[in-house]
Design a protein around this ligand. Sequence first.
Ligand code: GLN
Length: 393
Amino acid sequence: MPNEGNERFRSDRVAHFTESVIREMSRQAMRHGAVNLAQGFPDFEAPAELKEAAAKAIAEDFNQYAITWGAKPLRDAIAAKYRRHYRLTLDPETEITVVCGSTEGMIASLLGTTNPDDEIIIFEPYYENYGPDTDLCSATRRYVTLHAPDWRFDPAELRAAFNSRTKAIIVNTPNNPTGKVFSREELTLIAELCQEHNALCITDEIYEHITYDGAEHVPVITLPGMRERTILVNSMSKTYSVTGWRVGWVVAAPELSASIRKVHDFLTVGAAAPLQQAGVLALSLPDSYYAGLAAHYTGRRDRLRGHLEAAGFTCFGASGAYYLITDITSLTALDDLKFSRYLVEEVKVACVPGSSFFRHPHLGAHLIRFCFCKKYETLDLAGQLLKSVSSGV
Ligand code: GLN
């Protein structure tokens, strides 16, 4: 096909997209036989009772479409969990939509609530999906910097980012890639600005239960005045170690949910029906499950941090999520892309280059992200391999 033909069949919406660096690094890891500390997914077993519940649901013939916005028992279980954990009362009929992972939850929320040329505020560094998500809505992004080492933002900069075109702010807490858990005080300021400017707050809370050292996760929807203007996106993926199941949910007031459901209905029809049944069991697990999860990841975070520091990386702290951001300046003169390539090809450890979390690559050229949602033996193997990192490469 002549070049002209190729151009003709390529949508302007996706023309400038590059593939996800995070997901590409998983393929690089496979190609080079490297330990994969890039894409954030566990390499240990998913909880046995969940696997049994999923197998049972298939055997019992939960094999046809569920209701498009989610099987009723799962929506009820989601409502019960929010009541239990946050004293938040939700109507499962009108305020909860089950979707195919939080990736769909975010894009359906944005498509359902924005118009071209609306402005969306995001904090930088940011999870890479938010770029294409907002582009697919033809929205304009405004960035507010999270400043290393503790990833605080400047309240004046945040205030200046809001204006009459601001439709929403996306807040990912606990945060990927920084590990920051936004404080109640920070979230209160965000909430006040949303109310002042009649904007939505779209929260990505997928690491809700993965917090450390006493950090408290605060859902923005529970803050005064935010019940009607928050869209909460979450999923089973990280909390229950089933990233491949693709079962997530969106919580929002009825009018917002109605718009989000319209997108969801035509985009995906629904999430996998048998896995929604297993989700009922997951969402009903006792509090001890969540405490165990946080404790289990605290140990892994500390183990990986020790290995990285021994190899000469400078680690930033993480009080949530399951990533460590490192500064490579004292190790190498290479930029993040070249150093990541060296790590996956020669050292056999895959990571994510920092530039993929910034609008301008140079802002993250000295940073590398490693995930620690792995077996101790995987983390230790990575530690062994990283000893061969030669300083001065
Ligand atoms: N959240 C994961 C990460 O940052 C990846 C999720 C995905 O690839 N969908 O590694």
